[in-house]
Design a protein around this ligand. Structure first.
Ligand SMILES: [Ca+2]
Length: 498
């Protein structure tokens, strides 16, 4: 690995360091009006990237705010704590409230409701995935010359056809599962084993978290020394079912059953993250590797989001404000401490574009922005409204944070509700001074409520014409394919454009 030197680093920072590009809001109007958008052409990989950092993106599943050691939680996480100490805590990092929406926004840099993955998760019986029109992260990094692009863990972005498979969407290496909530020892979901190497079923024994960790560390070790790699590690832990090997359970005998199992799962994952960090150390590339770790949403059963309000599947802070840390010593993301700039999952792709030196990702306009300068504490970060949404069932949950205010709406579909203030529940918080959302100020500031309600209605209108999930399959009568082998062939997926 050739190391980036200081002059080269400052040189490429100079290209875009002055200010973060703001989202092109006009895009929302264009898309809402149904203006056709050309499908991006397939890229040919560019020349191999030299002198660019490795990228390791680690995502936990349902890890709550208070489930990391550096927030004081019961679970011991010395390796995540090490990242926070050597890098920075991203103190106001937000994900979507659920698994698939966060992954969809992470992969595209766009609000997932724009393309049908904002409402809820892609359950085993649903048939949608990221549409072919969306350009996703490994495809973008291929443009930057990253030739080795691994996905190790839970995909959860479409599994009804091989066209949605990670290898059809820009990854060169896949090991893991398509669905969520697998048994941690049998890896079965809906009666079939969901564990794969590439397109093929993989028969393994052991604990899922260990399998993911071992493969991820091996990916680092086996990468050529003279060119950078991209490794995405979406752990399945500590999502239910709450299962852990006895070794980890024994560490938390003082806790009640569910928090005990949850803490054991977190520590097993943390140990695996330690293995990935050790592999970077052993290869001598840790200083030249951008590592980002965060949770895909707040905790559910067994976890702990305190002192934040709410949890998984909620737009209150406990559902969306998640533990997050970043480290890139050679890029200035180092030294410990907190970064207070609000940022989140849709900013990852634009930030990685900057890091990888990609000016144009070749896809639809981005909603997220490059926040590298904020991570490196060279700027205060972008000022913009931050939106959250979840919409399964017949309810909308919407939130917008702008400046000191955060507004939340929970109720029937907002665009069909004549007056959301009476048709649903509306809350208003001064989020900077009341981060735990304890004091509702909606009655005292009706003008702020009106203004922010108008914003969330506009945001909700960006939703694609259909939610997709309502019409792409139901649980009733669903039978999983044998070994979760996906219909279609890889060749068909590639001929189809993806
Ligand atoms: Ca999750």
């Amino acid at each position: 690995m050739s190391r980036i030197n200081r002059r080269a680093f400052l040189g490429f920072l100079g290209g875009g360091a002055a200010a973060c590009a703001l989202p092109r809001t006009a895009w929302a109007e264009r898309e809402a009006a149904g203006t056709p958008v050309p499908r991006p052409a397939r890229d040919k990989p560019l020349r191999r990237a030299r002198g660019k950092p490795n990228i390791v993106l680690i995502v936990a599943d349902d890890l709550g705010w208070n489930n990391v050691g550096y927030h004081g939680g019961a679970a011991r996480t010395p390796n995540i704590d090490r990242l926070a100490r050597e890098g920075v805590e991203l103190d106001r990092f937000h994900s979507a409230p659920l698994c698939s929406p966060t992954r969809a926004g992470l992969m595209t840099g766009r609000h997932p409701l724009r393309f049908g993955i904002g409402c809820s998760v892609i359950t085993p019986w649903r048939k949608h995935g990221i549409p072919a029109e969306e350009r996703i992260l490994p495809e973008v990094l291929a443009r930057a010359g990253y030739r080795r692009r691994g996905c190790v863990g839970k995909w959860h972005l479409g599994h009804s056809h091989v066209r949605y498979h990670p290898l059809s969407r820009g990854f060169t290496h896949f090991y893991g599962c398509y669905n969520g909530a697998l048994d941690y020892f049998t890896r079965r979901r809906e009666g079939q084993t969901d564990w794969h190497r590439g397109h093929r079923p993989a028969r393994e024994t052991g604990y899922t978290t260990h399998l993911i960790s071992k493969e991820a560390a091996a990916f680092v070790r086996s990468s050529p020394a003279d060119e950078p790699f991209f490794l995405y590690v979406p752990y399945t832990a500590p999502h239910s079912p709450l299962q852990a090997p006895e070794k980890y359970l024994a560490m938390y005998g003082e806790l009640p059953e569910k928090p005990r199992a949850y803490a054991a799962m977190v520590t097993a994952m943390d140990e695996g993250i330690g293995g990935i960090l050790s592999a970077l150390d052993a290869k001598g590339v840790a200083d030249d590797t951008f590592v980002l770790f965060f949770s895909d949403n707040g905790a559910g059963i067994g976890g702990d989001n305190k002192p934040l309000r709410g949890g998984k599947a909620s737009v209150f802070e406990g559902g969306v404000r998640v533990p997050a840390v970043a480290r890139w010593p050679n890029g200035g993301v180092r030294g410990g401490g907190k970064v207070a700039c609000p940022m989140g999952f849709i900013d990852v792709l634009p930030t990685l574009m900057r890091i990888a030196g990609v000016a144009d990702h070749g896809g639809r306009p981005l909603d997220g922005v490059d926040v590298l300068d904020a991570m490196a504490r060279k700027s205060a970060g972008p000022e913009r409204p931050w939106y959250s949404y979840v919409g399964y069932g017949t309810k909308d949950q919407l939130a917008v944070t702008e400046g000191e205010w955060k507004l939340i709406y929970v109720g029937p579909r907002i665009l069909k509700t004549p007056d959301p203030r009476t048709g649903g529940a509306v809350h208003l918080f001064r989020i900077r001074e009341d981060p735990n959302e304890t004091t509702d100020l909606a009655d005292k500031h009706p003008e702020v409520v009106r203004r922010l309600l108008a914003k969330v209605k506009t945001y909700r209108s960006w939703h694609g014409k259909t939610c997709l999930l309502d019409e792409t399959g139901t649980r009733k009568g669903f039978q999983a394919p044998k070994d979760w082998t996906l219909p279609g062939t890889p060749a068909e997926a590639l001929e189809g454009g993806r």
